[in-house]
Design a protein around this ligand. Structure first.
Ligand code: G3P
Length: 220
């Protein structure tokens, strides 16, 4: 399973990259706004900087803000031309599916976002999306089963032989990461805090403290 970090914060991206386990980055307009990035030129430069930080062969999702086919195609081409790592992130709406089918024809990678149902997942796979982003946390937020959705999509994609990668998004904690892996997600995208949370185990801390103390005693 690939690990993407879901942020536009450059320090978080650097920290995740330095761990040596980072496979890519996803962003969205809210995450860009959170970092105070606005204006077309600044936004495009920020995407380029992210691509340079993560290095070659690591996908970076950059989201279009148009909601019509023509606008999405124009924006998507501009984004894709920025850097070879860029994946065009497109919302799960009719015009979005048309745009994904177009980008697929053109050999441009896509990430279909704002996915909340298995039906939507089928549409995105039919259009040839590279990645599909079902929002686990936001489904949980309304008392439905986000991880159950990942399992359902995995089952369908497996049976139908769809090649679209399931990118579990809206991951909020380390348990979501483990559950997404068990559910068959190909990728998880999560905040740095969720990735760092995977390290935590009290027995690791206690065990390390004892190893070091015993070493000190023996080598005093
Ligand atoms: O990038 C989409 C997704 O990961 C958003 O997560 O926490 O805002 O629901 P969240």
């Amino acid at each position: 399973m690939l690990f993407f970090v879901d942020t536009a914060n450059l320090d978080h991206i650097r920290e995740a990259a330095e761990l040596g386990i980072l496979d890519g980055v996803t962003t969205n307009p809210s995450l860009m706004a959170k970092e105070g990035i606005s204006g077309e030129e600044n936004i495009l430069n920020h995407y380029k900087t992210i691509c340079e930080i993560v290095g070659p062969d690591r996908d970076v999702s950059a989201e279009v803000i148009s909601v019509d086919f023509k606008g999405m195609v124009e924006e998507g081409k501009k984004l894709a031309g920025l850097h070879e790592n860029i994946v065009v992130k497109v919302p799960m709406i009719k015009e979005g599916i048309k745009a994904i089918a177009y980008f697929t024809e053109q050999g441009i990678k896509t990430n279909c976002t704002l996915v909340f149902s298995a039906g939507q997942a089928i549409l995105a796979a039919k259009a040839g999306a590279t990645y599909l982003s079902p929002f686990v946390g936001r489904v949980d937020d309304i008392s439905w089963d986000g991880i159950g959705l990942i399992k359902e999509i995995y089952e369908i994609y497996d049976m139908a032989g769809y090649e679209t990668a399931i990118l579990a998004a809206s991951i909020r904690n380390p348990l979501h990461i483990v559950q997404a892996a068990k559910a068959g997600a190909d990728v998880v995208t999560c905040p740095l805090s969720a990735i760092l949370g995977l390290f935590s185990h009290p027995l690791t801390d206690i065990g390390l403290e004892k190893f070091l103390a015993d070493y000190q005693k023996a080598n005093a």
